[in-house]
Design a protein around this ligand. Structure first.
Ligand SMILES: Cc1ncc(COP(=O)(O)O)c(C=O)c1O
Length: 360
Protein backbone atom coordinates (compact mmCIF):
# COMPACT_ATOMS: atom_id res chain seq x y z
CA UNK A 1 0.00 0.00 0.00
CA UNK A 2 1.38 3.41 -0.83
CA UNK A 3 2.22 5.78 2.02
CA UNK A 4 -0.18 8.54 3.13
CA UNK A 5 0.94 12.15 2.91
CA UNK A 6 3.64 12.56 5.58
CA UNK A 7 1.93 15.54 7.23
CA UNK A 8 -1.00 13.24 8.12
CA UNK A 9 1.09 10.88 10.23
CA UNK A 10 0.74 12.79 13.47
CA UNK A 11 -2.83 14.07 13.19
CA UNK A 12 -6.08 12.34 14.08
CA UNK A 13 -9.37 12.56 12.23
CA UNK A 14 -11.39 15.50 13.51
CA UNK A 15 -12.62 14.81 17.08
CA UNK A 16 -12.20 11.09 16.49
CA UNK A 17 -11.94 10.40 20.20
CA UNK A 18 -15.30 11.94 21.14
CA UNK A 19 -18.56 10.16 21.69
CA UNK A 20 -21.80 12.07 21.40
CA UNK A 21 -23.41 11.92 24.81
CA UNK A 22 -20.81 10.71 27.26
CA UNK A 23 -17.63 12.37 28.47
CA UNK A 24 -15.09 10.42 30.47
CA UNK A 25 -17.85 8.06 31.56
CA UNK A 26 -20.24 10.86 32.61
CA UNK A 27 -23.68 11.14 31.08
CA UNK A 28 -24.01 14.47 29.28
CA UNK A 29 -27.25 16.46 29.53
CA UNK A 30 -26.01 19.79 28.19
CA UNK A 31 -23.42 20.22 25.44
CA UNK A 32 -21.63 23.57 25.74
CA UNK A 33 -18.54 22.38 23.91
CA UNK A 34 -18.98 23.33 20.24
CA UNK A 35 -20.12 26.96 20.17
CA UNK A 36 -23.40 25.97 18.58
CA UNK A 37 -26.48 28.04 19.13
CA UNK A 38 -29.03 26.40 21.40
CA UNK A 39 -31.80 28.17 19.48
CA UNK A 40 -33.29 26.76 16.26
CA UNK A 41 -32.61 28.41 12.90
CA UNK A 42 -34.31 31.80 12.39
CA UNK A 43 -38.14 31.60 12.09
CA UNK A 44 -38.13 32.76 8.46
CA UNK A 45 -35.67 30.00 7.61
CA UNK A 46 -37.70 27.29 9.30
CA UNK A 47 -40.85 28.49 7.56
CA UNK A 48 -39.25 28.68 4.12
CA UNK A 49 -36.92 25.74 3.95
CA UNK A 50 -39.58 23.12 3.18
CA UNK A 51 -39.90 24.49 -0.30
CA UNK A 52 -36.63 22.76 -1.19
CA UNK A 53 -37.64 19.29 0.05
CA UNK A 54 -39.39 17.92 -3.07
CA UNK A 55 -36.26 18.57 -5.13
CA UNK A 56 -33.90 16.56 -2.97
CA UNK A 57 -33.72 13.79 -5.58
CA UNK A 58 -31.79 16.25 -7.77
CA UNK A 59 -28.23 17.41 -7.32
CA UNK A 60 -27.88 20.99 -6.20
CA UNK A 61 -26.37 23.71 -8.37
CA UNK A 62 -22.64 22.83 -8.31
CA UNK A 63 -21.67 26.49 -8.02
CA UNK A 64 -24.49 27.47 -5.60
CA UNK A 65 -24.91 30.53 -7.81
CA UNK A 66 -28.01 31.97 -6.16
CA UNK A 67 -26.39 31.99 -2.75
CA UNK A 68 -23.08 33.28 -4.14
CA UNK A 69 -24.92 36.17 -5.77
CA UNK A 70 -26.92 36.91 -2.63
CA UNK A 71 -23.80 36.96 -0.42
CA UNK A 72 -21.95 39.16 -2.92
CA UNK A 73 -24.84 41.62 -2.98
CA UNK A 74 -25.06 41.54 0.81
CA UNK A 75 -21.37 42.42 1.09
CA UNK A 76 -21.26 44.91 -1.82
CA UNK A 77 -18.84 42.64 -3.71
CA UNK A 78 -19.07 41.02 -7.13
CA UNK A 79 -19.97 37.34 -7.57
CA UNK A 80 -16.43 36.34 -8.51
CA UNK A 81 -15.16 37.60 -5.14
CA UNK A 82 -17.19 34.99 -3.22
CA UNK A 83 -16.79 31.20 -2.90
CA UNK A 84 -19.28 29.14 -0.89
CA UNK A 85 -18.63 25.70 0.53
CA UNK A 86 -19.68 23.06 3.07
CA UNK A 87 -19.11 25.11 6.23
CA UNK A 88 -16.29 27.57 6.66
CA UNK A 89 -14.10 24.64 7.67
CA UNK A 90 -14.77 23.19 4.22
CA UNK A 91 -13.97 26.49 2.56
CA UNK A 92 -10.78 26.82 4.60
CA UNK A 93 -9.76 23.37 3.43
CA UNK A 94 -10.38 24.49 -0.17
CA UNK A 95 -8.24 27.60 0.40
CA UNK A 96 -5.34 25.65 1.88
CA UNK A 97 -5.50 22.99 -0.83
CA UNK A 98 -5.52 25.70 -3.48
CA UNK A 99 -2.62 27.68 -2.07
CA UNK A 100 -0.34 25.29 -0.17
CA UNK A 101 1.70 22.18 -0.76
CA UNK A 102 4.71 20.28 0.46
CA UNK A 103 7.36 22.49 2.06
CA UNK A 104 5.00 25.43 2.58
CA UNK A 105 4.08 26.83 5.96
CA UNK A 106 0.84 28.12 7.45
CA UNK A 107 1.15 30.37 10.49
CA UNK A 108 -1.64 30.67 13.06
CA UNK A 109 -2.18 31.56 16.72
CA UNK A 110 -2.47 28.82 19.33
CA UNK A 111 -4.63 27.75 21.04
CA UNK A 112 -6.98 28.22 18.11
CA UNK A 113 -9.82 26.46 16.26
CA UNK A 114 -8.93 22.80 16.67
CA UNK A 115 -9.49 21.99 12.99
CA UNK A 116 -6.63 24.25 11.83
CA UNK A 117 -3.84 21.70 12.47
CA UNK A 118 -5.76 18.98 10.61
CA UNK A 119 -6.71 21.15 7.63
CA UNK A 120 -3.13 22.39 7.30
CA UNK A 121 -1.87 18.79 7.40
CA UNK A 122 -4.38 17.77 4.72
CA UNK A 123 -2.93 20.44 2.42
CA UNK A 124 0.55 18.98 2.85
CA UNK A 125 1.89 22.16 4.46
CA UNK A 126 3.45 22.49 7.91
CA UNK A 127 1.68 24.44 10.64
CA UNK A 128 3.58 27.10 12.59
CA UNK A 129 1.84 27.81 15.88
CA UNK A 130 2.38 31.13 17.62
CA UNK A 131 1.26 31.31 21.28
CA UNK A 132 -1.43 33.82 22.21
CA UNK A 133 -0.45 36.61 24.62
CA UNK A 134 -1.45 36.27 28.30
CA UNK A 135 -4.52 38.38 27.57
CA UNK A 136 -5.65 35.79 24.99
CA UNK A 137 -4.83 38.03 22.00
CA UNK A 138 -2.96 37.29 18.79
CA UNK A 139 0.72 38.16 19.14
CA UNK A 140 0.90 39.90 15.76
CA UNK A 141 4.56 40.90 16.17
CA UNK A 142 5.56 37.31 16.79
CA UNK A 143 3.35 36.04 13.96
CA UNK A 144 5.07 38.53 11.65
CA UNK A 145 8.47 37.30 12.85
CA UNK A 146 7.52 33.72 12.02
CA UNK A 147 6.53 34.59 8.44
CA UNK A 148 9.26 33.38 6.10
CA UNK A 149 9.89 32.59 2.44
CA UNK A 150 8.04 29.32 3.02
CA UNK A 151 4.89 30.93 4.43
CA UNK A 152 1.92 30.75 2.07
CA UNK A 153 -0.94 31.50 4.45
CA UNK A 154 -1.42 33.26 7.78
CA UNK A 155 -4.70 32.47 9.55
CA UNK A 156 -6.07 35.10 11.94
CA UNK A 157 -9.30 34.57 13.83
CA UNK A 158 -11.42 37.43 15.17
CA UNK A 159 -13.31 37.04 17.48
CA UNK A 160 -10.80 34.39 18.36
CA UNK A 161 -11.78 30.82 19.13
CA UNK A 162 -11.25 29.90 22.00
CA UNK A 163 -10.60 33.21 23.81
CA UNK A 164 -13.33 35.49 22.37
CA UNK A 165 -10.87 38.38 21.88
CA UNK A 166 -10.93 40.56 18.76
CA UNK A 167 -8.03 41.96 16.75
CA UNK A 168 -7.85 45.75 16.87
CA UNK A 169 -8.54 47.28 13.41
CA UNK A 170 -5.46 49.52 13.41
CA UNK A 171 -3.18 46.68 14.46
CA UNK A 172 -4.70 44.42 11.81
CA UNK A 173 -4.13 47.08 9.15
CA UNK A 174 -0.47 47.55 10.14
CA UNK A 175 0.07 43.81 10.26
CA UNK A 176 -1.42 43.21 6.82
CA UNK A 177 0.63 46.08 5.36
CA UNK A 178 3.80 44.50 6.75
CA UNK A 179 3.34 41.12 4.99
CA UNK A 180 5.24 40.17 1.85
CA UNK A 181 3.23 39.64 -1.37
CA UNK A 182 3.59 35.85 -1.40
CA UNK A 183 1.49 35.51 1.77
CA UNK A 184 -2.31 35.30 1.79
CA UNK A 185 -4.03 36.14 5.07
CA UNK A 186 -7.22 34.29 5.93
CA UNK A 187 -9.26 36.29 8.41
CA UNK A 188 -11.58 33.77 10.04
CA UNK A 189 -14.70 35.66 11.13
CA UNK A 190 -16.84 32.68 12.18
CA UNK A 191 -18.14 34.67 15.17
CA UNK A 192 -18.17 38.18 13.76
CA UNK A 193 -21.95 38.70 14.04
CA UNK A 194 -21.80 38.26 17.82
CA UNK A 195 -19.22 41.03 18.01
CA UNK A 196 -21.02 43.51 15.81
CA UNK A 197 -24.57 42.77 16.90
CA UNK A 198 -25.45 41.80 13.35
CA UNK A 199 -23.92 41.44 9.94
CA UNK A 200 -23.00 44.91 8.69
CA UNK A 201 -23.84 45.78 5.09
CA UNK A 202 -20.71 46.10 2.97
CA UNK A 203 -17.55 44.15 3.47
CA UNK A 204 -15.04 45.61 5.83
CA UNK A 205 -12.52 47.87 4.19
CA UNK A 206 -9.99 45.14 4.71
CA UNK A 207 -10.68 43.48 1.32
CA UNK A 208 -10.31 46.68 -0.66
CA UNK A 209 -7.22 47.86 1.18
CA UNK A 210 -5.37 44.54 1.31
CA UNK A 211 -5.33 42.59 -1.93
CA UNK A 212 -4.01 39.40 -0.32
CA UNK A 213 -6.71 38.98 2.29
CA UNK A 214 -9.56 36.47 2.32
CA UNK A 215 -12.39 36.77 4.84
CA UNK A 216 -14.00 33.52 6.00
CA UNK A 217 -17.55 33.44 7.37
CA UNK A 218 -20.14 30.85 8.29
CA UNK A 219 -23.86 30.31 8.71
CA UNK A 220 -23.15 27.77 11.48
CA UNK A 221 -22.87 30.10 14.44
CA UNK A 222 -25.04 33.24 14.69
CA UNK A 223 -27.49 31.95 12.08
CA UNK A 224 -27.81 28.58 13.80
CA UNK A 225 -27.26 26.41 10.72
CA UNK A 226 -24.34 24.28 11.95
CA UNK A 227 -26.15 21.08 10.93
CA UNK A 228 -26.58 22.20 7.32
CA UNK A 229 -22.87 22.98 6.62
CA UNK A 230 -22.57 26.19 4.69
CA UNK A 231 -19.96 28.94 4.81
CA UNK A 232 -18.08 31.21 2.44
CA UNK A 233 -14.89 33.04 1.62
CA UNK A 234 -14.74 36.57 0.24
CA UNK A 235 -11.52 37.76 -1.32
CA UNK A 236 -9.53 38.64 -4.43
CA UNK A 237 -10.83 37.19 -7.73
CA UNK A 238 -7.69 35.21 -8.55
CA UNK A 239 -7.69 33.50 -5.15
CA UNK A 240 -11.45 32.82 -5.24
CA UNK A 241 -11.13 31.31 -8.73
CA UNK A 242 -8.61 28.72 -7.50
CA UNK A 243 -10.50 28.10 -4.28
CA UNK A 244 -13.54 27.11 -6.33
CA UNK A 245 -11.46 24.47 -8.12
CA UNK A 246 -10.66 22.58 -4.92
CA UNK A 247 -14.33 22.27 -3.89
CA UNK A 248 -15.88 18.84 -3.69
CA UNK A 249 -18.62 18.53 -6.34
CA UNK A 250 -22.08 19.53 -5.04
CA UNK A 251 -20.62 20.40 -1.61
CA UNK A 252 -23.42 22.86 -0.77
CA UNK A 253 -26.83 21.18 -0.70
CA UNK A 254 -29.99 22.78 -2.02
CA UNK A 255 -31.41 23.00 1.51
CA UNK A 256 -28.26 24.64 2.83
CA UNK A 257 -28.26 27.12 -0.03
CA UNK A 258 -31.89 28.05 0.53
CA UNK A 259 -31.52 28.30 4.33
CA UNK A 260 -28.47 30.53 3.99
CA UNK A 261 -30.25 32.84 1.54
CA UNK A 262 -33.25 33.13 3.83
CA UNK A 263 -30.91 33.80 6.76
CA UNK A 264 -29.31 36.74 5.01
CA UNK A 265 -32.76 38.24 4.50
CA UNK A 266 -33.69 37.97 8.17
CA UNK A 267 -31.54 40.70 9.71
CA UNK A 268 -34.18 41.76 12.25
CA UNK A 269 -34.62 38.22 13.57
CA UNK A 270 -30.86 37.84 13.75
CA UNK A 271 -30.44 41.00 15.79
CA UNK A 272 -32.99 39.87 18.39
CA UNK A 273 -31.19 36.60 18.75
CA UNK A 274 -27.77 38.19 19.07
CA UNK A 275 -29.03 40.45 21.84
CA UNK A 276 -30.30 37.37 23.72
CA UNK A 277 -26.96 35.59 23.28
CA UNK A 278 -25.02 38.64 24.50
CA UNK A 279 -27.23 38.92 27.60
CA UNK A 280 -26.81 35.21 28.38
CA UNK A 281 -23.04 35.49 27.88
CA UNK A 282 -22.83 38.38 30.35
CA UNK A 283 -24.90 36.45 32.90
CA UNK A 284 -22.69 33.40 32.53
CA UNK A 285 -19.56 35.56 32.86
CA UNK A 286 -20.93 37.23 36.00
CA UNK A 287 -21.89 33.86 37.50
CA UNK A 288 -18.43 32.44 36.91
CA UNK A 289 -16.77 35.56 38.29
CA UNK A 290 -18.92 35.34 41.42
CA UNK A 291 -17.26 32.00 41.96
CA UNK A 292 -13.95 33.90 41.68
CA UNK A 293 -13.05 32.14 38.46
CA UNK A 294 -10.94 33.96 35.87
CA UNK A 295 -13.03 34.75 32.75
CA UNK A 296 -11.84 36.85 29.80
CA UNK A 297 -14.27 39.42 28.39
CA UNK A 298 -15.70 37.76 25.27
CA UNK A 299 -17.07 39.18 22.01
CA UNK A 300 -18.43 35.83 20.82
CA UNK A 301 -20.96 33.17 21.93
CA UNK A 302 -18.59 31.52 24.38
CA UNK A 303 -16.32 32.42 27.28
CA UNK A 304 -12.76 31.43 28.03
CA UNK A 305 -11.24 30.61 31.40
CA UNK A 306 -7.42 30.60 31.31
CA UNK A 307 -7.00 27.82 33.86
CA UNK A 308 -3.67 26.47 32.54
CA UNK A 309 -2.91 23.06 34.08
CA UNK A 310 -6.31 22.90 35.82
CA UNK A 311 -8.21 22.91 32.51
CA UNK A 312 -8.77 19.19 32.21
CA UNK A 313 -9.85 18.54 35.79
CA UNK A 314 -12.22 21.51 35.51
CA UNK A 315 -13.80 20.09 32.35
CA UNK A 316 -14.11 16.70 34.05
CA UNK A 317 -15.93 18.29 36.98
CA UNK A 318 -18.35 19.96 34.56
CA UNK A 319 -18.91 16.63 32.78
CA UNK A 320 -19.64 14.93 36.09
CA UNK A 321 -22.47 17.44 36.51
CA UNK A 322 -23.71 16.52 33.01
CA UNK A 323 -22.31 19.58 31.21
CA UNK A 324 -19.83 19.08 28.40
CA UNK A 325 -17.39 21.98 27.91
CA UNK A 326 -14.17 22.17 25.89
CA UNK A 327 -10.78 21.81 27.56
CA UNK A 328 -7.62 22.96 25.82
CA UNK A 329 -5.15 21.02 27.94
CA UNK A 330 -2.52 23.26 29.55
CA UNK A 331 -4.33 26.42 28.44
CA UNK A 332 -7.89 26.72 29.67
CA UNK A 333 -11.51 25.82 29.09
CA UNK A 334 -14.07 27.24 26.70
CA UNK A 335 -17.74 27.29 27.63
CA UNK A 336 -20.35 28.01 24.93
CA UNK A 337 -23.32 30.18 25.80
CA UNK A 338 -26.21 27.77 26.24
CA UNK A 339 -29.60 27.28 27.83
CA UNK A 340 -30.29 29.03 31.15
CA UNK A 341 -30.74 25.59 32.71
CA UNK A 342 -27.32 24.49 31.46
CA UNK A 343 -25.71 27.59 32.98
CA UNK A 344 -27.52 27.04 36.30
CA UNK A 345 -26.46 23.38 36.40
CA UNK A 346 -22.85 24.24 35.64
CA UNK A 347 -22.62 27.13 38.09
CA UNK A 348 -24.24 25.09 40.85
CA UNK A 349 -21.79 22.22 40.31
CA UNK A 350 -18.81 24.57 40.23
CA UNK A 351 -20.06 26.32 43.37
CA UNK A 352 -20.23 23.00 45.23
CA UNK A 353 -16.78 22.13 43.94
CA UNK A 354 -15.36 25.48 45.04
CA UNK A 355 -16.58 25.07 48.57
CA UNK A 356 -15.04 21.60 48.73
CA UNK A 357 -11.68 22.00 47.01
CA UNK A 358 -11.03 25.72 46.56
CA UNK A 359 -11.31 27.75 43.41
CA UNK A 360 -10.00 25.20 40.92
C1 LIG B 1 -12.96 29.85 14.37
C2 LIG B 1 -13.79 28.88 13.62
N1 LIG B 1 -13.73 28.88 12.30
C3 LIG B 1 -14.44 28.03 11.57
C4 LIG B 1 -15.28 27.13 12.17
C5 LIG B 1 -16.01 26.15 11.30
O1 LIG B 1 -17.33 26.36 11.25
P1 LIG B 1 -18.22 25.71 10.08
O2 LIG B 1 -17.37 24.76 9.34
O3 LIG B 1 -19.34 25.07 10.79
O4 LIG B 1 -18.62 26.86 9.23
C6 LIG B 1 -15.40 27.08 13.55
C7 LIG B 1 -16.28 26.10 14.21
O5 LIG B 1 -16.30 25.90 15.37
C8 LIG B 1 -14.63 27.99 14.30
O6 LIG B 1 -14.66 28.00 15.62
Amino acid sequence: MSEARSTLHDVRAYREEESSNAEGGSRITFDLSSNELVLPPLPTVLAGIEEGLPRLARYPDPAARDLTREIARHLCLSDDEVAVGPGSAGVLQQILLALCGKGDEVVYAWPGFDAYPLLVAVSGAMGVRVPLTVSGDHDLDEIRTRVSERTRVVILCSPHNPTGTVIDHGELHNFLCSLPDHVVTVLDEAYVEFDRGGDPPGMPQVLREHRNTVVLRTFSKAYGLAGLRVGYAAGPRQVIATVRKTAIPFGVTRLAERAAMLSLRSEGELRERLAAVAAAREELTAGLRELRLPVLPSRANFVWLPLASAAESFARAAATAGVKIRACPGHGVRISVGEAEAHRTLLAALGRRNSRVGIL
